[in-house]
Design a binder for this molecule. Structure first.
Ligand code: AMP
Ligand code: ZN
Length: 119
């Protein structure tokens, strides 16, 4: 499935719901979290809809790798501080027990000087 009806992140990717875009290419979209938990907080999502890691399969391996490898570049562009005294957190919530609220796989990138709203 490339697109799911009534999926808020598919609608953001399609431009049907506004977002503060951070990055876009053929496969990936990144935008600021509407309720930031840290001074820098954005989401990286695959354009192809799948729910979470439990719903991923071998055709998603490349895109999952790209999400991880593009994260440092986008984090620095968005104001995360470089080096070991800086850095950023990467979170993917999966299912209800994993704290997932939106069922289109997304990777949280959080950074910036502490304290944060959530530790
Ligand atoms: P999760 O709990 O991992 O499913 O996180 C979903 C995240 O999506 C939360 O941090 C929300 O603040 C964020 N979110 C929900 N709706 C929007 C939206 N319209 N634009 C940006 N972020 C959103
Ligand atoms: Zn979706």
């Amino acid at each position: 499935m490339s697109h799911a009806e009534n999926c808020i992140f598919c609608k953001i990717i399609a431009g049907q719901i506004p977002s503060k875009k951070v990055y876009e290419d053929e496969e990936l979209f990144a935008f600021h979290d509407i309720n930031p938990a840290a001074p820098v907080h954005f989401l990286i999502v695959p354009k192809r809809h799948f729910k979470n890691l439990m719903d991923a399969n071998s055709q998603d391996e490349a895109i999952l790798g790209r999400m991880l490898t593009i994260a440092p570049r986008l984090a620095i562009e968005q104001g995360c501080r470089p080096g070991e005294s800086g850095g950023f957190r990467v979170v993917i919530n999966n299912g209800a027990d994993g704290g997932q609220e939106v069922y289109h796989l997304h990777m949280h990138i959080m950074g910036g000087p502490r304290p944060w709203k959530k530790n």
